[in-house]
Design a protein around this ligand. Structure first.
Ligand code: TNX
Length: 767
């Protein structure tokens, strides 16, 4: 019977096709729902005129119905109608779930039902239906019968937007909120103030926008010392803020406002110099980086100012959470300032092994603000620096950005934490290593790295895991002057992010995600949203394959593309080998691969692989720095060479320690050379090697030194990748010990003088 019904549909579809296009919906959406179960062979035919019914007394549900009307028009050109006692599409409440954002989407031959545990749940069900619809200008949609049961993994699913470094208009912020809604993201963290511009009208302090929202000019490039000479500014009136808050709320996005303090406040000092330690004069900052001009914590007027501002902020934003920043507050001025030192004495603060008295002064400041916010029924969020100083505000929520360890520390202190590590979810970092990428702040977070991020640290005690409220990605905008560029940085990394935030941990699969991404990219084209196109190129994954004795090469591109590759260094064409499955390479090989989408060849990806089949293993005697361990010791002999970016995962970083590794060869071998590379970036405290020692052994216990070299300390700032070879008389060995001594005491020309520097090392070769 079902077969007959199905055939009738196909027949009907063919007939309809003569007049209007007909296409089938596809439930392979992003974020991937928890469960998608096909319910037999039947379909529901969605056509113009279909009615959406909903509980009419409920305004939010009425708004939900209107959203569905506009989404169906936008995606598939369908004209649906909202309202009516019974419709082909039913939106209803009453799903029994402890997760208030849960929904169920059921399609049968009778129609579509979206039932939510709340109006928000219904909204997410609508988003899933919206993303399932085919993209066309008009026609009929065949919806295969299905039951989708879905709910988010995390309750805090955020994206941050910095509007201080560059300003975005109300319309642009609304589009950003639309982007969030499409990805089931429920928090917009709005970074409204910083050294480079104050962006929110505060009635009691009009100078904040009169003076503080404008900078005279902006530095060119990465603090080049040259300025553009063009005044820059912008701010939101309170009326506009209310408008944006309401726009977001309709889309189940809560705006978490941030007023960053006590650092990142130079724009305030330009307006009210008496709030700084020196009294100024100050100006709105014209370059990037961290300013040592911060709010004076010894001045009662400062605290009053902050509370006055926050009073207006809580009046504008209904969010339970208010973000007070707390990051990167340099203490230089506080150490010199009599008022700050006086406050330190009054409070009886003293240096101890963990914290300085100035760090404790910041904790006191934060705790005071927390108390104020609690009196107003709000909760405080701060960047992870608020953990410095042991007076941490008792109920504060910590945003862990420098390192996920801070999220663990917060949870162990019984504080809630939101994970937003710069190693994975900073969308101002590079997403592709192509030289033509627009200037970014640095770092590297590819779509794949974002996708594979796991927010719950594996060593966090299970009973503390509930403290990890969720995940957020940040868009700092120093190098992002336009909204189109902001979209480019965010899309499609936001797709990867939302699966981290929403989809259950065990069900992630990057290849399947790339397939699902194809439809989203077409959707962005339709909506006129800019996005990074490198995702159409080949993304390659290389992994040491112990069993096959070589490097396993997996090539990916978004669905619909074909991949062609060569292994002899020649440029791939559509006549080259066609990629169908992962393969293993041995020895030294250049892999060049090209994806072709809709007949258009994409930029070629190229990688030099140098697998060394002499090596059987590697062990590290000193631990790499916890942020730069990546895949561990094997990174150094995996046949992949790191390039000029030490955060790609190709390099291992050590700080205060040295690289000390024992490499085991498969059998005793004659050797006479050891090579390695270093990556230097002194602006990030990354220095070159100071000494290299090579020792060899036959038994792995008794070593004899065969080469030793010392290198001079660096004398000026620099950034480069350098290859070193140590030659020695041919010797037979099965174990090779390599020691590369890092810069233990940074030279005087550098701001980090006397501190230990990092060393980054990659690809050790033995010949
Ligand atoms: C650090 S993350 C900052 C920002 C910069 C950003 C650039 C944080 C709390 N502070 O002020 O814009 O790095 O990536």
């Amino acid at each position: 019977m079902k077969k007959i019904i199905y055939s009738i549909f196909i027949f009907a579809a063919t007939v309809v096709a003569c007049t209007a296009p007909q296409k089938t919906a596809d439930y392979e959406v992003i974020p991937l729902p928890v469960s998608v179960q096909r319910a037999g062979d039947t379909f529901f035919v969605l056509e113009d005129g279909a009615v959406i019914s909903y509980p009419e007394e409920n305004e939010k549900m009425a708004k939900n119905a209107q959203f569905l009307v506009s989404y169906a028009k936008e995606s598939a050109g369908l004209d649906l109608k909202a309202g009516g006692p019974s419709g082909q599409i039913t939106l209803e409440l009453g799903l029994d779930s402890s997760n208030k954002e849960a929904y169920e989407l059921t399609v049968s031959d009778k129609g579509v039902v979206i039932r939510g545990a709340s109006e928000a749940g219904v909204f997410y069900g609508i988003q899933t239906l919206r993303k399932s619809l085919p993209l066309m200008d008009r026609g009929t949609v065949f919806l295969p019968a299905v039951k989708i049961s879905d709910e988010p993994r995390f309750r805090y699913r955020g994206m941050m937007l910095d509007v201080s470094r560059h300003f975005f208009s109300v319309e642009e912020v609304k589009t950003y909120i639309d982007m969030l809604a499409l990805h089931n993201i429920n928090r917009l963290h709005w970074h409204l103030t910083d050294d480079q511009g104050w962006r929110i009208e505060i009635k009691r302090y009009p100078k904040l926008t009169e003076i503080g929202s404008k900078r005279a000019q902006t530095v060119i490039g990465r603090n080049s010392g040259e300025y553009d000479g063009i005044p820059y500014g912008g701010f939101y009136t309170q009326e506009q803020i209310r408008e944006v808050v309401a726009y977001a709320a309709e889309r189940y996005v809560t705006i978490v406002p941030e007023v960053d303090m006590p650092g990142h406040m130079q724009a305030v000092l330009a307006c009210y110099p008496e709030l700084g330690c020196t009294g100024g004069p100050y100006k709105v900052r014209e370059k990037w980086g961290i300013s040592s001009d911060v709010l004076c914590a010894g001045n009662d007027k400062t605290l009053q100012f902050v509370k006055d501002v926050l009073e207006e902020v809580v009046g504008l934003f209904p969010s339970e959470y208010v973000h007070i920043g707390g990051d990167e507050c340099l203490k230089d001025e506080w150490m010199r300032c009599p008022k700050c030192q006086n406050r330190i004495r009054q409070l009886g603060l003293a240096n101890d092994a963990q914290h300085t008295k100035e760090q404790k002064l910041q904790s006191w400041f934060v705790a005071d603000i927390e108390h104020f916010l609690e009196e107003h029924g709000r909760r405080l969020i701060g960047w992870d620096e608020i953990l410095e100083g042991d007076l941490v505000a008792p109920n504060a929520t910590v945003m862990a950005w420098r390192d996920l360890r801070y999220g663990m520390t917060a949870a162990r202190l019984h504080h809630d934490a939101i994970m937003t590590p710069s190693s994975h979810v900073y969308f101002d970092h590079y997403q592709d290593l192509d030289q033509n990428e627009p200037l970014a702040i640095g770092g590297y977070s590819s779509v794949g790295r974002v996708y594979n991020y796991e927010p719950i640290p594996s060593d966090l005690e299970p009973e503390l895991r509930h403290h990890i409220l969720g995940v957020q990605a940040n868009l700092w905008t120093e190098y992002i002057p336009t909204f189109s560029h902001a979209q480019y940085m965010v899309l499609p990394r936001m797709d990867a992010l939302c699966e981290v935030q929403w989809t259950p941990a065990g069900t992630k699969d990057y290849g399947a995600f790339c397939n699902r991404l194809n439809k989203m990219l077409h959707f962005y084209d339709k909506l006129g949203w800019n996005y990074a196109k490198h995702i159409y190129k080949v993304s390659a994954d290389f992994a040491l394959d112990q069993e096959m004795e070589g490097i396993k090469v997996s090539l990916n591109t978004v669905k619909g593309g074909e991949i062609y590759y060569t292994l002899d260094g020649s440029e791939p064409t559509i006549k080259s080998l066609r990629y169908t499955a992962p393969f293993v390479v041995q020895d030294k090989v250049v892999v060049k691969a090209m994806a072709v989408h809709d007949g258009i060849p994409q930029t070629v990806m190229s990688e030099n692989l140098s697998y060394d089949n002499k090596i059987s293993g590697i062990e590290l005697l000193q631990e790499p720095h916890r942020s730069y361990r990546f895949n561990g010791a094997s990174t150094l002999v995996d046949g992949l060479t790191g390039m000029q970016n030490y955060r790609t995962g190709r390099w291992l970083g050590f700080c205060g320690k040295d690289l000390e590794a024992i490499i085991k060869l498969k059998s005793e071998t004659e050797i006479s050379k050891v090579g390695f590379n270093t990556c230097v970036a002194t602006s990030d405290w990354v220095f070159d090697v100071r000494q290299a020692i090579i020792e060899v052994s036959e038994d792995g216990i008794h070593f004899k030194k065969v080469a030793e070299e010392s290198y001079p300390a660096m004398t000026s700032n620099d950034a480069y990748v350098k290859h070193y070879d140590l030659l020695f008389e041919t010797v037979k060995a099965q174990y090779v010990k390599v020691t590369l001594v890092s810069e233990h005491s940074i030279p005087a020309f550098h701001g980090g003088k006397d501190h230990p520097g990092f060393i980054f090392v990659d690809e050790i070769s033995i010949d």
